[in-house]
Design a protein around this ligand. Sequence first.
Ligand SMILES: Nc1nc2c(ncn2[C@@H]2O[C@H](COP(=O)(O)OP(=O)(O)OP(=O)(O)O)[C@@H](O)[C@H]2O)c(=O)[nH]1
Length: 633
Amino acid sequence: MSKIDQLRISGQLPSPKGVALAVMEISRRDDATLEEVAKVVQSDPALSSRLLRLANAAASGGRPVASIREAVMQLGMATVRQLAMGFSLVDQYLHGACPAFDYPGFWSHSLFMAVASQELGRLLRAAPPEELFACGLMAQIGCLALATVYPADYGAVLAEQRAGQALLELERQRLGVDHTEFTAGIMADCGIPKTLAEPVCYHEFPLDSGFSEGSRPYQLVHLLFQARRMADLGRSPAAERQTSISELMLLGGKIGLDATDLGEVFDRVVGQWHSWAELLKVPAGQLPSFSAMSTAPVPRPEEEADEARTRKVVLLVDDDPTGRLVTQGLLSHMLGCTVHTAENGKEALALALEVMPQIVITDWRMPVMDGLEFCRALRATGWGQSMYVVMLTGEEDDEKIIEAFEAGVDDYLTKPVHVRALSARMRAALHYVKLLEAWENDRAQLKQFAAELAISNRRLEHTAMTDMLTELPNRRAGMEALARFWSASRRTGRAVAALMIDVDHFKSINDRYGHAVGDRVLQCVAKAIQSAARKDDSVSRIGGEEFLLVCHDADARTALLAAERLRRTIKALRISVADVDIHTSVSIGVASIEDGMQKEDDMLNAADKALYAAKSAGRDRVALFANGKSLCR
Ligand SMILES: Nc1nc2c(ncn2[C@@H]2O[C@H](COP(=O)(O)OP(=O)(O)OP(=O)(O)O)[C@@H](O)[C@H]2O)c(=O)[nH]1
């Protein structure tokens, strides 16, 4: 004999009493009439008013139902029996022996589920709404039964249960039986037909039911699951409501309920829940309207506040409008993403370029361009490389999944989309996006550092190679230029010449006018040399009042002519500083590349010798050193 049978025989299982029991007995007889049932019901004022209320709700819009007989006729014998049972149980078990079991809370939740089942049933025409009311009310009666029969052990089970953990496993471990078995047993005792009792027993895990999609039990089990989730929302903390709403929207899509219908049903259910709770003396908390809850900002922990400010952009591609709407709702409400939607890959590709999403969630099978083609096209672009792509698929086949990964998807999610699976996948996607952002940030910073470094290196280099007074290349730069010109000449066979220019009697300018005026004279001479030189020649300041001009493609004659021109230019300079006009002159030593010269220094030394000759010859003149001799002009 099963545990339940033993308990039933010993009278320990929760069971209806009084009028409900009598209704049950009568309705079991084949010759029972509605009049008999009505008569018994009338003897219980509480039951009478409750049945009248339901009958009037069922007849909404029509003539009000005033008599119990009419109410019983309207509801039908089976429904009256089920309701009588349910109400009888509520009345008897508002308190109990298990201190850990929240009896009023249990009935409040069951009542919410009853009203939600009824209203969903009315909308979807899945079963008579009043029968669904009774089913909703009794859907978790097994929990009450376990708390009643095993108060201590069940208390321990409840204490052990972690947030979000299903009770069934714990119950089986501790008690050797779970609440769904008790629910099934009690529903059978109450005469609830198997066609209703079975979906009720599977309502917590509809996917385990194995009911074929589209069948009536399938519809019922999902309807009850939806009703259960609505009831769960009734008691969930404010911070979790948006997640629950998103899940409800997802589930609603499965039973053909769009977001507007769902919102309307939910608000209606809450209203009825309150008046039923008053009637049955069970608590019912206050709830904001469905739309208020779905648009309320989600309270987030401190560390997530930044993330909330920078909403992630998601592109959702799905040709199924319901699936798209539901997933969009989950992404925006639950995860705070900005969601753009497209109906096929082609449309999505254009939209991706426009909105640059960080995450792409795409269906596989779509008209025009399917998810696989879309993903390949996206990955072929430069800008689509770093987007995180999740493929929605009904395919479980490994080969197919591999094909998707080869097309460039980062992850996949099996359809129908479940809220927990979507959240888990989105967690991974958001983690990737966060890392990518951090990396891009680092890269941008590195780029900036590199640019700053390059600028400062250029500045340093400029400083190291430039004479600060005249802003001409300094000696080091002048020597490097000389070496370059020399090598180029060697390579091309073209001539090269060096002109060493020295300001005459510069010391006396310093002595007479002061250092600052001397500086000014040096600047003016430097400028004059620079202006006289050809664009590609090299001018540098190689000593205090000494400059070097290196001319490419210049033989001795050309260099001499240039030097003479330069000497005259400087001689003609009128340098005005502090109301004084200063005139100066330069001596220039010229040398050009000659046979026998081994390196650039040989030419430089030759120019130096020529300069010495020019100075010695009286200054303000040009001298050439060629073939081992200096010649002054
Ligand atoms: N104002 C100023 N004077 C400088 C600078 N660099 C070197 N001098 C001066 O330039 C003068 C060079 O004098 P000298 O080497 O005797 O040459 P000089 O007077 O031009 O005589 P000759 O070259 O023989 O014509 C020195 O008095 C240095 O102090 C500078 O940057 N600014």
